[in-house]
Design a protein around this ligand. Structure first.
Ligand SMILES: [Zn+2]
Length: 624
């Protein structure tokens, strides 16, 4: 009897373990690339050996690669999309349509073998479709050997040569990159504008080019004494060849690999205490030298802030590289424009470096959930920036709320769950991904409380790093950390365009007490923090949980008295409670004075009895 109970127990445990594994399998890649860049023709020729581990339960008869640079050709989807949008990215507009043949980008596959045998391929825009000779069975690996040739496009967006700031090569999205396959299937979105995804794995990359060029890259240099340029140990004499120079980099457990090259790069190095070595590369000049000389100390502060509040950066190195345009995140490095005053330079560095936590280490799927990466990056880097410049951290998310209110006012809101490239406007995409992503977190903090929030953010990072989390994974961590039910919140904020608007409807005095009635004007329900300021200057917080959460947040501000009221059922448009003070003893009733709820009508949040011509015992209507 006992034995059979034990057997049953083990079967149940094994079954649960197996089903969790089934759902969370993860593909793996090992790239070995040897490429040559001709700096006169701007062409790359290279070989790529890719070991692909199929850890799924599925047999794969096809695989797909991204050929991102094919987007930089007149008539490409990226070109047409940019010319059709009402508010195209100013860096792209119609520039792709005007590229001469020698200025376009492409990636051509010269040959591709699977386990030594040729396979059939065809190209559809920026996607290479590979019909396999031999299907890849579950839990097996296969080896692809590829020869490819690419032309580096004129810098339009992110990748390319001869950027406006005069950087010779920004080599991003530069190699044929295997698409990710997970429990949702293949992720083979065409390169139309933005946001990427990748398979976890290791990169071993050899780059051969003119020895006058300095290379900055993802990963760690393997031959520092051969290449020099600041990579070598101090005092080492570097003997560079007269001909071409080969740079060797390796990166482990990353989803992508990017690099840049320029003959004028100045290479600075600084070490974060208890953190990575940071490499900085810029072209010295009137618009760069001063701000870049101060950037390293801010980079250190930023990594320390992120390590403390959002989890520990796991790699040995990080490179901040003056690159093509704007700022763009890659694993273990970023490309940013460099001709900026210090504040702006620190801002873009902080944003892109924060991506290391969300785009690089957690690596959620940006093309499906841009907000899940951009919003979290915006949120954490805004706090770090405020801290670096001595500004109140509590105010650092106001800009994000401003963005959301502007979107509502312009009537351009679409559900945040819209695929990144499919928003009707760039403005709508930008606000949804960055601002509303940040507001999602700040409202989460309002709902679950200050302490739970930071605990949850760290727990999320530590639980899901290097595992491609889904939005539900984050939500579950926040639910477990807070003990509150939060699915209603995620659904309203991420999947719908319903809005928050609460108001104080009336305050009526009866027998020396005041009855306050609140109303939910908007469609989205929230728990309520309401603060009453009494005539003697003291304040009291009235906390009204939403019934959907099945619990209350802990006290956040120990300096203010808090009264917990009964829950507000989301179905009920109004809510009434009693304050044991006469109306004449109250100077202000205010919903959410910290403005952490994105309440779209603020006028009705405050109720000032003195501002109204009071007639006791009659309901008083606040302004709407
Ligand atoms: Zn970003």
């Amino acid at each position: 009897m006992l034995r059979s109970i034990y057997t049953l127990f083990f079967v149940v445990v094994l079954f649960q373990f197996a089903s969790a594994q089934d759902y969370r399998w993860q593909q793996r890649v090992e790239y070995t690339m040897d490429v040559k860049l001709d700096v006169t023709t701007h062409k790359i020729t290279g070989t790529q050996k890719l070991v692909y581990f199929n850890n799924s339960k599925d047999t794969l008869s096809k695989v797909y690669y991204h050929l991102h640079w094919n987007a930089f050709q007149p008539g490409s989807m990226m070109d047409v999309r940019s010319r059709s949008l009402p508010d195209p990215d100013g860096r792209v507009t119609d520039r792709i349509s005007k590229l001469a043949e020698s200025e376009t980008g492409y990636q051509k596959i010269i040959s591709l073998k699977q386990d030594g045998k040729d396979v059939t391929t065809h190209v559809d825009g920026t996607i290479l479709i590979v019909e396999l000779k031999k299907p890849i069975l579950p839990n097996t690996k296969t080896v692809f050997d590829m020869k490819f040739e690419s032309q580096v496009p004129i810098q339009i967006r992110r990748s390319g040569r001869n950027s406006r700031e005069g950087i010779a090569y920004t080599m991003t999205q530069w190699y044929p990159k295997l698409a990710e396959y997970d429990f949702q299937g293949w992720h083979i979105n065409q390169y139309v504008a933005r946001e990427f995804h990748g398979v976890w794995g290791d990169f071993d990359v050899k780059l051969t080019l003119d020895p006058r060029f300095v290379v900055a890259s993802t990963g760690k240099i393997q031959n520092p004494e051969k290449v020099g340029y600041g990579y070598e140990k101090a005092g080492t004499s570097v003997q560079r060849p007269n001909g071409e120079l080969t740079w060797h980099f390796k990166a482990k457990d990353v989803i992508d690999f990017a690099w840049a090259a320029d003959p004028e790069y100045k290479h600075d190095i600084i070490r974060v205490p208890d953190g990575p070595t940071i490499h900085l590369f810029h072209q010295p000049g009137e618009k760069t030298t001063e701000s870049w000389s101060k950037l390293p100390e801010y980079a250190v502060k930023h990594f320390q802030f992120m390590n403390k509040f959002y989890g520990k950066y796991p790699y040995d190195t990080y490179s901040i590289i003056q690159g093509g345009d704007g700022g763009m995140e890659y694993p273990m490095c970023t490309m940013i424009t460099g001709e900026r005053p210090l504040n702006s330079l620190v801002g873009v560095m902080a944003h892109e470096a924060s991506h290391s936590w969300y785009q690089a280490v957690l690596a959620s799927n940006e093309s499906m959930y841009a907000w899940f990466d951009e919003g979290y990056t915006d949120y954490s880097s805004s706090e770090s920036e405020a801290s670096m410049f001595g500004k109140p951290i509590a105010d650092s998310h106001k800009g994000a709320y401003g963005g959301y209110f502007a979107l509502v006012k312009r009537n351009l809101q679409e559900p945040m769950s819209t695929l990144s490239d499919h928003f009707n406007t760039n403005f709508g995409y930008g606000v949804s991904a960055y601002s509303m992503g940040a507001v999602y977190l700040h409202q989460m903090r309002y709902i679950i409380g200050e302490d739970n929030f930071y605990k949850g953010m760290q727990r999320y990072y530590n639980t899901w790093k290097m595992r491609h989390p889904e939005p539900i994974d984050f939500l579950r961590v926040m639910e477990k950390t807070s003990g509150l039910q939060l699915k209603w919140y995620a659904n309203y904020w991420l999947q719908t365009t319903k809005r928050i608007d609460y108001g104080v409807k009336s305050a009526v005095e009866e027998a020396g007490a005041t009855t306050v009635t609140l109303e939910r004007v908007g469609q989205m329900p929230m728990p309520i923090d309401l603060v009453i300021t009494y005539k003697d200057g003291t304040k009291e917080l009235f906390y009204i949980p939403l019934n959907e959460t099945f619990g209350s947040k802990p006290v956040e501000d120990k300096t203010m008295a808090r009264t917990d009221l009964t829950e507000w059922y989301w179905t009920n448009p109004t809510y009434t409670f009693k304050v044991n003070k006469p109306l004449a003893g109250i100077s202000l009733i205010e919903i959410d004075p910290q403005a952490r709820m994105a309440d779209i009508v603020k006028d009705n949040n405050k109720f000032d009895p003195a501002a109204l011509n009071l007639k006791p015992a009659e309901p008083v209507q606040p302004k709407n």
